[in-house]
Design a binder for this molecule. Sequence first.
Ligand code: NI
Length: 174
Amino acid sequence: MTNFIEIAQLGAKVLRLQAEPIADASSTETQQLIKTLQESLATTEGVGIAAPQISISKQVIIIASRPTLRYPQAPLMEPTVMINPSFTALSETKEKDWEGCLSIPGIRARVPRYKKIQIKYLDQQGTAIDIILEDFVARVFQHEFDHLQGKVYLDRLESNEDIYSENEYLLAIK
Ligand code: NI
């Protein structure tokens, strides 16, 4: 049985900190953090998670796009661990679409994000990776990246009118 890790909820200070870069991707400590993060994500219906969400202020995220109860339309992508990620926008304008967050239960919102981005990160072995992401997975990346900057998706909204209750969201996407 895996230990249940509590997901930090909005209001927790750790969600508002600038996360520390990882100095050694292959260290035992980093590998343990990745394992804990993977286990935490597996217990949720989320499509991504960032270390600050398990109260560890380090620059590690996992993107795991897959159709779930929370995101029935999500494309399937192999769970990808990203250490010290950064990105550059390859599209000028942003598009609004739905997001939710395990740290902000009960609501969804339409969040503006770049459609196409170039990202750089270290993988679990410490290898430098440079790839282009588009659409939903680019959105998930930008959401998780924000968690490392002490930001949440609510900070990105154009209007509070873009916030919906979970129930109203489910009606809206039907
Ligand atoms: Ni989130």
